[in-house]
Design a protein. Structure first.
Ligand SMILES: [Zn+2]
Length: 193
């Protein structure tokens, strides 16, 4: 007599699991829903304390923009396949199943391609997206930002300010004090305590 309810329960569980994977798979590539974003913005308008933190500098797209310049062949030799896909081909790793989403150690995150200092663990927060998320870059020369209109979305792409490698995107629904959410790929970074 318990067969049917158990079956229904398992089926519901499987459906919820499938739905959450679908939702989470696009969490980094899309903005949160409009209501959540509006709430987040109301709660996290950048206050005076935000000025204490560096921001991403806009990209200039000049030939000498990045101090570290290599050919794609050189990058391919230096980087692991997943690193190359993300850093050089603007790929996105899977949520949750990545190195640093759940890393709570104190330390610094560096660019996996050129060792540029990117983010300090003091600005890392739980975004629930499954990707390591920060509310500010480590320094004014850590990252650069440019508009990204790929995949039918208007997003702000974040690249390493030293080598131009793709790191992730920045959204304006982050926590205090800046209100920014830098949604990064673990494989594009290395972490040192
Ligand atoms: Zn770099």
């Amino acid at each position: 007599m318990y067969t049917l309810p158990y079956f229904i329960l398992m089926r519901t569980y499987a459906l919820i699991l499938a739905l959450s994977f679908l939702t989470l798979g696009t969490a980094c590539s899309q903005k949160k829903d409009v209501l959540a974003t509006a709430k987040a913005q109301a709660a996290t308008k950048p206050g005076p304390a935000a000025k204490a933190y560096p921001t991403a500098q806009p990209m200039t797209n000049k030939a000498a923009e990045f101090a570290v310049r290599k050919t794609e062949d050189e990058w391919r030799k230096q980087l692991a396949p997943e690193q190359f896909t993300i850093l050089r081909e603007k790929g996105t790793e899977r949520p949750f199943a990545n190195k640093y989403a759940d890393n709570h150690e104190t330390g610094v995150y560096y660019c996996a391609a050129c060792d540029n200092k990117l983010f300090d663990s003091a600005t890392k927060f739980e975004s629930g997206t499954g990707w390591p998320s920060f509310f500010a870059p480590a320094t004014a020369t850590s990252v650069k930002v440019q508009q990204d209109n790929s995949y039918g979305m208007s997003r702000d792409e974040i690249v390493c300010a030293r080598c131009g490698g793709h790191l992730g995107h920045v959204f304006d629904d982050g926590p205090k004090p800046t209100g920014d959410r830098y949604c990064m790929n673990s494989a594009a970074m290395t972490f040192k305590k």
